[in-house]
Ligand binder design. Structure first.
Ligand SMILES: Nc1ncnc2c1ncn2[C@@H]1O[C@H](COP(=O)(O)OP(=O)(O)O)[C@@H](O)[C@H]1O
Ligand SMILES: [Mg+2]
Length: 364
């Protein structure tokens, strides 16, 4: 699915924007501080119920305002909307899909699969495991439909087991929860391992498109959260004392990670920033393609500040990828020259200009 009409009100510096996006490719050009990232953030919020650059939702509300709204009509005529009210008495989130009120923000995610790449993505991706976990699990959520239920159940069991460890409950109770926990961890690990395999296969195409010089040498290693040669239950009994003294679970599906390896060492040690960006783009395009293939929702790709770190050669490679992907792409840049090379020959597109949080159409 693609966003057709987007309406944003009192979100960051965007007071009121109503815009018609192209179903294929959109470029948003504007100076620093004009509101490019804010616009993408609003779209991301519609898909995730949170921001990609701020943990505090209060930061999204325009100064001196009491509520923000983001709503969209998709190309399939589905109407999605969130309105968040910040009232000193009650903070309130109203979510509507086709006019019907929804209780949870997560119901939005079932309808739009928004993926974003920003200049900060490197730090997040090559910094710690949290972002990598989030990235993989987002894909799983859309591609393996049983994942969210398994994950909810797993999280419940993890909580119970952690409470046992923290409170040093009797051994029998701990053993019971350890058994359930090991079983659930294995389920999650199997789903993830399948998914990482699928992602790796899909990635190969996008690496050939965007990083042809090293595409054959890049490997994704999947670390399931405990020694893969061992049964988790054995690991847990081996480390019981240690877990009891830390007071939480040290092994299991919550600890999984993926490692990107080139010639035996971590990829970020060997690639330039521009190449790293192309790698993250390839990974995101691969995930988008997998999401698209299961056909529940079509992904929307947001690429923020594309000029940063991409030289002319890299942009030409990204252009090939944009031409090859079959989903809506929204790209921002500081000046038009940064995106001129990205204009796909065989696809239609729309170009916008943003200034002080206001959007106008430049060309179609
Ligand atoms: N809550 C807010 N209310 C009003 N303005 C904000 C808020 N948060 C950020 N801004 C301002 O919005 C402007 C646009 O920021 P941003 O979207 O990051 O710009 P760009 O990505 O185009 O460089 C900035 O000048 C910033 O100071
Ligand atoms: Mg920005």
């Amino acid at each position: 699915m693609a966003i057709g009409k987007l309406f944003v009100q009192d979100f960051r510096n965007i007071e009121s924007v109503s815009v018609n996006f192209h179903a294929d490719v959109n470029f948003i050009i504007g100076d620093n501080g004009s509101g490019k990232s804010s616009l993408l953030e609003a779209i991301f919020y519609l898909g995730h119920g949170k921001s990609f650059r701020s943990a505090k939702v209060d930061n999204l509300l325009q100064h001196e305002k009491l509520a923000f709204t983001v709503s969209a009509k998709t190309d399939k005529d589905c109407q999605l909307g969130v309105r968040k009210t910040f009232d000193s008495s009650l903070g309130n989130t109203e979510i509507r899909i086709d006019g019907e009120k929804q209780a949870k923000l997560s119901s939005l995610a079932k309808n739009v699969a928004v993926q974003v790449i920003t200049p900060e993505s490197f730090k997040l991706f090559f910094g710690g495991p949290k972002q990598r976990r989030r990235f993989i699990d987002l894909g799983l959520f859309h591609v393996k439909h049983s994942f969210s239920e398994h994950w909810r159940e797993f999280s419940r069991v993890l909580k119970q087991r952690n409470a046992c460890l923290r409170n040093k409950t009797d051994l029998k109770t701990l053993e019971y929860w350890s058994e359930v926990f090991a079983e659930r961890s294995q389920q999650i690990a199997d789903l993830r391992s399948d998914y990482v395999d699928e992602l790796t296969k899909e990635l190969s195409f996008w690496l050939k498109t965007m990083l042809p010089s090293v595409s054959d040498d890049i490997v994704i290693q999947y670390l399931q959260g405990w020694n893969s040669k061992k049964n988790l239950l054995d690991v847990l009994s081996q480390y019981r004392e240690k877990e009891l003294s830390t007071g939480y679970s040290l092994f299991g599906a919550q600890k999984f990670d993926v490692r990107f390896v080139l010639n035996g060492t971590s990829l970020d040690n060997q690639l330039s920033r521009g190449q790293q960006k192309l790698f993250l783009l390839a990974l995101t395009f691969a995930q988008a393609k997998l999401i698209e293939r299961v056909n529940r929702v079509k992904p929307i790709l947001l690429i923020d500040d594309v000029g940063a770190e991409l030289d002319s050669n890299s942009r030409a490679l990204l252009n090939n990828a944009i031409a090859a992907i079959d989903c809506q792409v929204i790209v921002t840049a500081i000046d038009k020259t940064a995106v001129e090379q990205l204009v796909p020959l065989e696809k239609n597109y729309r170009m916008f200009h943003v200034k002080h949080g206001k959007l106008s159409v430049m060309s179609e």
